[in-house]
Design a protein around this ligand. Sequence first.
Ligand code: 8YV
Length: 323
Amino acid sequence: MSKPFVYITRKLPESVIEAFESVFKIEMWPEEEVPVERGVLLEKVQHADALITMLSDQVNHEIFEKQTNLKVVANLAVGYDNIDLNAAKEAGVVVTNTPDVLTDTTADLTFGLLLATARRLMEAERYVKNNSWENWAPLLMAGQDVHHKTIGIVGMGRIGETVAKRATGFEMEILYHNRSRKREAEEKIGATYVGFEELLKRSDFVVCLAPLTEETKGMFNKEAFERMKSRAIFINASRGALVDEEALYDAIHQNVIAGAGLDVFKNEPISADHPLLTLEQVVATPHIGSASEETRKTMMTLCLDNIQHVLNGKEAKTPVGAG
Ligand code: 8YV
């Protein structure tokens, strides 16, 4: 019997792939940094039993209409806003994601962004490397304290809770807003549930970790930024589309808020002339929340494990449900 055909839309490391080569016929798009050409993906999906996809792939009706054997799409991410779940369900295709394995790594990056923005680390580094450091001054590169401040987490899922745990080490007051209350987080971490507006008003650091849905799209708009403290710092490690980027630019430019640490943008990748990047008070990273070598490899292996489970007639390890 021939081996099931798995198509992967980016080049993944051989060290991850080799463990599965005896059970699958694996083909990959040959580029690491360039997304798969749409035409190639549409052609491959006609023969594929399984796909491994990335956030940069729109897995929609067009893809599901072409498939004939496809049984599972394993998305290399915990978020799956790039996949039309209803179309997958109609086509009888299982969708999986990579929760849990990236929680700590993404929480680390989120907290790192918060520290970097509050303490002006990137600005300070530019200052030293640009040879501008000629004298010491009492308020040279003075930022804001993080310890003992109030953090407001919007989206108290696994990553939100883990960021909250990090915040306890800094003896911060922890507020959160979420679709549903998380009593366990309240008891274990001492987080306080508040409404969105109250969170904006009381937080020194507003941290966005909510998933992108019709309800959350654009929720950080002009009104939201106007509700925040003038010294507030906004952090986003979720999805860019939760934010009205023009409103964020105006809010920082006009000192409505103090700055932002952004790992995600509405249209990625952004170019260097993006208005937000012209602001000294913005720290930007290229969507690297889960990007440690260990975690990315674990995520890749989880995708292949999920595929193996589904193709063997078992329940996926981490399936995503429709609706
Ligand atoms: C992705 C992410 O892993 O998991 C998510 O939802 O946003 C990232 O961790 C990364 O963008 C690769 O698709």
